[in-house]
Ligand binder design. Structure first.
Ligand SMILES: [Zn+2]
Length: 490
């Protein structure tokens, strides 16, 4: 019956046929007994999921409507709450069970009016985006000479004499997000320690098209809070060149940004309840909030819809996983991580029942596999050598995860690595749960990340459908297979 249905669906699309055939004859490389067993157990069901995902318009249409109907979804806005309610309706429509919202108090940061310009040696308007959580400037703005550094080392080296009363520009070229983002998050406080009056940060991303990238900063305690804004890569380089030539450059910055009282928001939860082990849980999710520019299409509307549609397909095909598949759309990842923290607070008693938490939060590029995230807390307390035990645990988890990789090989998604899983799941992962980050190709992601250009038109439907299939197959097998990735720690 299942096979018949699969073939009927697959025949609707030549692409699906090609993939299904590739799946059926996927070369089996150096495999363990268990590997082949898992492969043969799930090959038909994986084919059914793939066939459905590649011939359905639901994910693409749902994401399009989310983006166009609500637009960006910053914490504290009615757009975010309306989008959460709309997703709850979709969950019910898709047949998920136990659909409910879990209350979260979230920071409410309001950008307000903002502008910046070079005023000396001659007028030039700068395109900026204030950094999330930044304080505003006085009503009349801040006007000060600019000093440029390309690292914290250089800032330290030039010291207070050069920085006092100035606007510091960090012109730090993008290497990796993890590395470069340190200047956006800590730059304001590091400069304020030396008496800077404001900070400009070169946008954290590769060179784009004169587009500023916003993102959150974090003020250090006991340091004056000074305003901070992102400038475009082009403007950062221009300012840097001018200052290097010995030109005195004065910039005027105006920001109305302010932080209001916390608002009420919600994590949204819906389930495909397990048929045999309903108390054991595989979470799939992304964050439903976004920055207040663009449409939050790739960050992280895509991750939410990939997760939601994966559950829809599993439900629709009647696959009835043995464990519970739980979709969580987290709130407030961008400027607080309160959603991830609230999920931990609400579900800590279930921590050991979480077989894995899978997050998709690096856009919609085609995934090449998963980033497996296992931390110290997963090691049993009585381990003699916790460090060695952690290494061993990671390898065990990776080997177990790789057992299902051959099912994803036709999609090119069989490359699992050990790395950071994702922000929303990190509070649970830090306490010992296994995290999996969907490892998307980020070539097209970082150029539009946190910018007005994160819009639905850049969503490639083929990639979205394949990512849905990858998420659904991985989540389903993890929720259904005989063992767990790692044994319970406690
Ligand atoms: Zn994100």
């Amino acid at each position: 019956m299942l096979l018949f249905r699969t073939l009927a669906i697959i025949s609707a699309s030549g692409v699906a046929i090609a993939f299904a055939l590739a799946l059926a004859v996927a070369p089996v490389q150096a495999q363990t007994e268990a590997h082949s067993e898992l492969h043969s157990t799930y090959i038909d069901r994986a084919g059914a999921i793939l066939g459905h995902a590649l011939t359905s318009d639901t994910a693409y249409e749902t994401l399009g409507e989310l983006c166009d109907q609500f637009g960006h979804r910053l914490s504290g806005t009615p757009e975010l709450e309306d989008a959460i309610d709309w997703c709850a309706e979709r969950m019910r429509e898709f047949g998920l069970q136990n659909v409910h919202k879990e209350k979260v108090l979230v920071p409410t940061w309001v950008r307000g009016e903002e502008s910046a310009s070079i005023v000396v040696p001659r007028h030039h308007e700068l395109t900026i985006l204030g950094l999330g959580r930044s304080v505003g400037t006085p009503t009349n703005g801040i006007e000060a000479p600019v000093v440029v550094v390309d690292s914290y080392e250089e800032l330290e080296a030039i010291g207070e004499t050069a920085v006092l009363g100035k606007i510091v520009l960090y012109d730090v070229p993008f290497t990796s997000y993890g590395e470069t983002v340190a200047y956006r998050s800590r730059g304001a406080s590091e400069a304020a320690k030396l008496g800077a009056v404001a900070v400009l940060v070169r946008s954290v991303g590769p060179k784009g098209h004169d587009t500023p990238h916003t993102g959150a900063l974090r003020y250090a305690e006991d340091v004056p809070q000074i305003p901070a804004a992102a400038v475009t890569v082009e403007d950062a380089e221009r300012l840097h060149r001018m200052v290097d030539r010995g030109t005195e450059v004065v910039v005027r910055l105006l920001m109305d940004a302010q932080t209001l009282d916390d608002s009420v928001s919600y994590n949204l939860v819906g389930e495909v309840v397990g048929s045999e082990l309903p108390d054991e849980i595989v979470v799939v999710g992304g964050h439903i909030d976004s920055w207040d520019v663009g449409q939050g299409a790739q960050d992280d509307g895509a991750g939410c819809i990939i997760s939601l549609d994966a559950a829809r397909i599993i439900q629709h095909l009647g696959l009835a996983p043995r464990r519970t598949l739980r979709v969580v759309l987290f709130t407030n990842e961008e400027n607080g991580l309160r959603g991830g923290e609230a999920y931990l607070a609400a579900h800590e008693d279930e921590l050991d029942n979480h077989v894995a938490l899978i997050e998709s939060d690096t856009g919609n590029g085609l995934a090449s596999g998963f980033r497996l995230d296992v931390r110290e807390a997963a090691v049993p307390e009585d381990a003699e050598d916790p460090e060695a035990a952690l290494e061993e645990l990671k390898q065990v988890a990776l080997a177990n995860l790789n057992q299902l990789a051959s099912l994803l090989a036709p999609l090119g998604a069989n490359q699992n690595i050990l790395a950071y899983g994702g922000a929303d799941i990190s509070p649970m992962v830090k306490l010992g749960a296994v995290g999996l980050g969907m490892h998307h190709d980020t070539t097209g992601y970082w150029p539009i990340h946190h910018t007005p250009a994160d819009t639905f038109d850049r969503i490639v439907k083929d990639d979205l459908d394949r990512n849905v299939a990858i998420m659904a197959i991985a989540a389903y097998v993890l929720a259904d297979m005989p063992g767990r990735l790692i044994p319970r720690a406690r």
